[in-house]
Design a protein around this ligand. Structure first.
Ligand SMILES: C[S@@+](CC[C@H](N)C(=O)[O-])C[C@H]1O[C@@H](n2cnc3c(N)ncnc32)[C@H](O)[C@@H]1O
Length: 240
């Protein structure tokens, strides 16, 4: 297998191995913050509260964003969940979202090359799926997002960042790069997969390559940072 951490096959392997523990570990490791960031992502979606739209959750994982999505927009007709990891889809289907399965369609595919129909999605969300792409892949992602969205449709994306200007950054980095890997070694059978988050967030930086890519393909976008710049939300729409 490739040791390029941005190779989609490598990334799929990481998440397949993490899938069983992903939900609880991501909540615990972020001290619950990840939940409020997923909610912030959904809140960034400019849809009417009674919307009956159908849309996409990109790099959906185990579907952690869906409770927030359906709480804010209870009448949403359908969500197509795109993820490259069969293990993450399986967790979503088997364990977590049985009560929503009539409104979720699972699409196990590489977001960067998926042939989902053009101009089809009435909204798009993505929570924490951007950091495993490099700058070139951010551009490919933005092209795909722009292609899949209907003209006028909104999107909202959130990702963890490296809070470069934050006074607490040294502590935050120590936690990501030093503490989490130790906990993982001790409590997750020596697995190294969650440890990858340190490298991915450091390389992701402030998310500037996502912002540039979204603008380059013609999407209208606003950016907002959270908690000292440790997460960033890109929300906007495809001009119609
Ligand atoms: C950190 S998880 C986020 C999952 C979920 N959205 C959440 O909020 O918990 C990142 C997800 O992106 C998926 N992913 C990474 N690269 C992908 C690609 N090229 N195409 C589709 N999914 C991808 C991974 O399999 C993983 O499930």
């Amino acid at each position: 297998m490739s040791d390029n951490i941005y190779d989609p096959e490598f990334v799929a392997g990481v998440f397949d191995r993490c899938s069983g523990a992903y939900r609880n570990w991501s909540a615990a490791a972020s001290f619950g913050l990840i939940r409020s960031w997923r909610r912030a992502c959904v809140n960034g979606l400019n849809l009417p509260r009674k919307s009956t739209a159908s849309g996409v959750d990109l790099m959906a994982g185990t579907g952690e964003a869906w409770p927030h999505l359906f709480a804010r927009f209870p009448n949403i007709a359908e969500v197509t969940a795109i993820d490259i990891s069969p293990g993450m889809h399986r967790q979503a289907i088997d364990r977590l979202h049985k009560d929503r399965e009539d409104r979720i369609t699972h699409h196990c595919a590489n977001m960067l090359t998926t042939d989902l129909p053009s101009d089809s999605a009435e909204f798009a969300i993505s929570t924490f799926g951007l950091k495993t792409f490099d700058a070139q892949q951010h551009l490919a992602f933005a092209h795909q997002l722009n292609r899949i969205l209907k003209p006028g449709a909104p999107f909202s994306l959130i990702e963890a960042t490296d809070p470069v200007g934050w006074s607490l950054r040294p502590l935050y980095r120590f936690y990501l790069d030093g503490v989490l890997p130790q906990i993982e070694r001790l409590f997750l059978n020596g697995a190294q997969d969650f440890t990858m988050i340190g490298a991915y967030t450091r390389n992701f930086g402030t998310g500037s390559t996502v912002m540039e890519a979204l603008k380059a393909v013609g999407l209208t976008v606003e950016v907002q940072y959270f908690v000292g710049g440790s997460a960033v939300r890109f929300s906007g729409f495809k001009p119609g």
